[in-house]
Write a protein that binds this ligand. Structure first.
Ligand code: SAH
Ligand code: ZN
Ligand code: ZN
Ligand code: ZN
Ligand code: ZN
Length: 422
């Protein structure tokens, strides 16, 4: 889909020259598309780019994959193979071509219903960053949604949640929740129909399936029979918050347009799952959101799993525009309700009488600094030189040099919020 427009900066000065680069790949190794905004593109280069794009299409279209799946499930178990190298379900006529590839045999219906277990996670940090929910976190999210009365889930980059909803719906008659998966990982098109999966880029709101796919999404957001919808998204953490926010606003607008009256100033309910240190960035774009204390755990993320001590360590949280008091967090995991803050908080999150709020962001007990007039991390101390709280180990001179770009303290140039404006 469309590239994003960036601006080159150096030492705080915008050089003014703007360029287009790939929206989805933040690593030039994954996609080397680069074009100055004011650059004249020759016919030859355009043709070469088009040729490149043509030759990098997936081997089958979504429609073809749906037909292949229908044939696949008709096969006896002994003929159901999955090529691990090509990440593809194989039909017997294709075995020959993949004869020197590693493959899995006897693919069961249960396996077909859990594609996120069958496919290997695309962990390359800068593009897909596929980190799958631990079962416990996924179960929690799903029961939270259903308890809140939602019957439709727009799963944006949450294949495992989608899969849990789909398989529950096929197994339990009383379970009437539906899900539509929007994801850039096209491998999922082998397992889901066009009504269950859209190939989508959340950094530029691009539907690869064109108008038909857009219409599928629009229809899904239309709340027939009072079936309320919520969007759940878990984007790659390296992603630009403003690009994501811009796409999510477009999805929210799509929801809003499905109902001419009665929406007033309502927003589509949403869970945006992201690390706590992005809180201020997310609130910049969505002032109606608040951050919940729940720590989302992952299966294949060594850092975000339970630590040795069994203590939760994940920095990943749920941001939502629903009323915080409605988000009930599991007491058996130590969360409790703070009646002053009117929300569930981590067991270690103490209500600070001075701030009049439960101030911890990371789940540890924070301490109030009277000089800074706010609560800070337990490991910080107040440095008289820097006139703020910081790590014990820091060099004072460096601390008062602000960011090269905006001059503000607290972040380096590479993390400057004003840099990544697109
Ligand atoms: N925790 C989730 C997965 C989150 S990982 C779960 O278990 O369901 C991030 C997801 O976003 C992956 O599925 C990845 O394929 C998808 N993704 C990455 N870049 C994307 C993009 N540009 N547009 C849409 N989806 C993207
Ligand atoms: Zn193969
Ligand atoms: Zn409180
Ligand atoms: Zn305080
Ligand atoms: Zn201080």
């Amino acid at each position: 889909g469309p590239a994003l427009l960036f601006v080159k900066t150096s030492q705080g000065k915008e050089e003014g020259r703007r360029f287009y680069a790939c929206s989805a790949c933040r690593d030039r190794k994954d996609c080397n598309f680069f074009q100055w905004e004011d650059e004249k593109v020759s016919e030859t280069r355009l043709a070469a780019r088009e040729e490149y794009n043509r030759s990098h299409q997936p081997p089958f279209t979504h429609r073809q994959n749906v037909d292949r799946y229908k044939n696949f499930v008709l096969l006896p178990l002994s003929k159901r193979r999955f090529c691990q190298e090509c990440q593809q379900l194989l039909l017997p006529a294709e075995w020959e071509k993949h004869s020197d590839h590693q493959f899995l045999c006897d693919i069961t219906t249960a396996q077909l219903k859990s594609p996120s277990q069958l496919l290997y996670p695309l962990e390359n940090k800068k593009t897909n960053a596929q980190y799958l929910f631990a079962d416990r976190s996924c179960q929690f999210l799903l029961s939270l949604l259903t308890d809140l009365g939602f019957r439709r889930v727009l799963s944006v980059g949450t294949p495992r949640l989608h899969e849990m909803i789909q398989s529950k719906a096929s197994q339990e008659d009383e379970f009437s929740v539906r899900s539509l998966l929007l994801d850039i990982d096209f491998r999922y098109s082998q397992f889901y129909t066009e009504d269950e999966f859209c190939h989508y880029n959340m950094f530029n709101h691009h539907f690869f399936g064109g108008e038909a796919a857009r219409e599928t999404c629009r229809k899904f957001l239309y709340e027939e029979k009072g079936e309320r919808v919520i969007m759940v998204t878990d984007p790659p953490f390296g992603g630009l918050v403003e690009a994501l926010a811009s796409s999510f606003k477009k999805l929210m607008a799509m929801w809003k347009e499905t109902e001419k009256e009665g929406r007033d100033n309502k927003e589509m309910p949403m869970f945006w799952i992201f690390p706590y240190f992005f809180e201020s960035r997310i609130l910049d774009f969505f002032p109606s959101f608040s951050m919940m204390d729940y720590q989302v755990d992952y299966d294949n993320h060594a850092l975000y799993k339970h630590g040795k001590t069994g203590r939760r360590q994940s920095p990943v949280r749920i941001f939502t525009n629903l009323t915080p008091s409605m988000i009930v967090l599991p007491e058996e995991e130590g969360y409790r309700f703070c009646s002053v803050c009117q929300r569930y908080v981590s067991s270690g999150n103490q209500h600070c009488e001075i701030c009049n709020s439960c101030t911890s962001k990371d789940g540890r007990r924070w301490k109030h600094c009277v000089l800074c007039k706010k609560c800070v991390k337990p490991s910080w101390f107040h440095c008289a030189n820097c006139n703020c709280c910081t790590l014990q180990k820091h060099s004072c001179e460096k601390a008062d040099v602000g960011c090269f770009v905006c001059g503000k303290a607290g972040h380096k140039r590479s993390a400057c919020p004003s840099l990544s404006r697109t």
